[in-house]
Design a protein around this ligand. Structure first.
Ligand code: AMP
Ligand code: FE
Ligand code: FE
Ligand code: ZN
Length: 288
């Protein structure tokens, strides 16, 4: 079993990076990629502890991007054979700042509709990066909603009454950032972009010439039918396939590390394919 998509407390998960490794080991997961939003902090901390665990740790990140013509944020996963350097890290830092400024506006927006949250309540959930899932949990604690899902649909999502947009990098900028840092870019949970598979196919066709190398086919939000349609698209464009649980701990209840469905795990061979991609990167770099 492997899991190429999970989040630590350094983005919007509730587990420390070390605990993710412990959980993975306990669940028999051979390799995990920590793919925190806009941050390598969780990976860095896990890396320092990884020799204590059997589970292999892969360096990853998830970036919310803007794709022209698309209202919803398009998420890219980046996977790296070696840790990205200072310039990529500086770029990630600028993304974190855009989330902080969005959070301030979101707080104002909630206040305007009569919901007064405090930074203390939010920071009590996480001393690290704050994102909408933390707002969702505070809304739940205060009794405004009875689930995280309702917090998003009623308040925090694009259709919610406190929707507050975040300035995101263009998908082109994010693709070139990942590639220049030596990574492989995968389109995360494509069903979130559209329920129309043909639209997803057209977006993938647009992104491949810009450096998209993989597509996340296995994800808990993908039905069996969607998985097979995405596998087909991946093969049409000769893309690698990635997959993961998108584990966020208590911020996303009901998700088990390594599992993308009640009886569905992420296929082990995806790791081999990712490694082959890493190897081709290294060979390319040696020849340059
Ligand atoms: P942010 O980056 O702060 O805007 O928060 C985005 C995160 O919120 C995503 O990465 C998901 O973890 C979570 N999220 C987004 N939409 C939903 C939703 N409809 N239900 C539950 N969680 C969501
Ligand atoms: Fe998230
Ligand atoms: Fe995502
Ligand atoms: Zn994710």
């Amino acid at each position: 079993m492997i899991d190429l998509h999970c989040h630590s407390v350094h983005s919007d998960g509730t587990d420390t990076p070390e605990h993710l490794l412990a959980l993975a080991e306990e669940a028999g997961v051979q390799a995990i990629a920590i793919t925190d939003h806009d941050s390598l902090d969780g990976f860095d901390l896990a890396k320092a502890k990884s020799c204590e665990f059997q589970t292999e740790l892969i360096c990853g990140v998830e970036i919310g991007t803007h794709l022209s013509g698309c209202i919803r944020s398009v998420h890219l996963l980046g996977y790296f054979p070696a840790e990205p350097g200072a310039s990529f890290r500086r770029w990630l830092h600028s993304l974190k700042e855009s989330r902080i400024s969005r959070n301030v506006r979101l707080m104002d927006r909630l206040r305007n509709i009569g919901i007064e949250l405090t930074w203390e309540e939010l920071h009590a959930l996480s001393p690290h990066q704050l994102g909408r899932p933390h707002f969702a949990r505070v809304l739940m604690q205060r009794g405004y909603v009875s689930s995280i899902r309702d917090a998003f649909s009623l308040y925090l999502s694009e259709s919610g009454c406190a929707w507050t947009e975040r300035e995101e990098p263009s998908i082109e900028e994010a693709l070139s950032g990942i590639i220049e840092a030596g990574g492989i870019a995968s389109l995360a949970h494509p069903v979130r972009i559209s329920s129309d598979i043909e639209k997803i196919r057209q977006i993938i066709a647009r992104l491949v010439p810009q450096g998209l190398e993989a597509v996340e086919c296995y994800h808990p939000e993908h039905s069996d039918q969607v998985i097979s349609q995405l596998l087909h698209i991946a093969s049409e464009f000769r893309l690698r396939v990635t997959g993961g649980s998108d584990y966020h701990g208590e911020n996303k209840p009901g998700i088990r590390m390594g599992w993308t469905g009640d009886e569905m795990t992420v296929p082990d061979e995806l790791l081999e394919s990712l490694r082959a991609g890493f190897d081709s990167r290294r060979i390319g770099a040696d020849m340059a």
